[in-house]
Design a protein around this ligand. Sequence first.
Ligand SMILES: [Fe+2]
Length: 214
Amino acid sequence: MAIYTLPELPYDYAALEPVINPQIIELHHDKHHAAYVKGANDTLEQLDEARDKGAWGAINGLHKSLAFHLSGHVLHSIYWHNMTGDNGGGEPLAADGAGDLADAITESFGSFAGFKAQLTKAAATTQGSGWGVLAYEPLSGRLIVEQVYDHQGNVGQGSVPILVFDAWEHAFYLQYKNQKVDFIEAMWRVVNWQDVARRYAAAKERDDVLLLAP
Ligand SMILES: [Fe+2]
């Protein structure tokens, strides 16, 4: 039972120019994201087979593969919607329905500028491949920044990603070469705050998802 499918991009390949060129978006979505979807489905099939045969010799590798590909699929599915070429960037504003998000960022990080500096640094200083992520942490009800290794490492259980910056070389190298910091700084110009605010509101509604004592 194959479960995961590649979502359509919410815009055309050139929609995020000049911050991200069309060639990057096309390859990133049609090849890289597609590979994570296929990898997650293939791994689930291999686990089905392992159960059927009682053949568990590859179990460690299969679980590593499942976490990698599934997390890659989840993060990229959020990533495309976190960006817009239509009045993106700036800060979350109450006038755009993002007032609660703006307040949560200030409460959690002291100021928008402090948050922006932390997420920029977290994304730009990933070692190897990774992501900078703004996540809702349901146990405390606050927002946190995570520096994710690959797609799945260095993550607190239960946190919900609401704004993700892909810092893998495939996200920028064709345009920015080795200047990862320049790419991350440019990313702020296409952030879709209305989408981030929608994700924040949805995550907050599931506050008790962990069923742990506060
Ligand atoms: Fe990516």
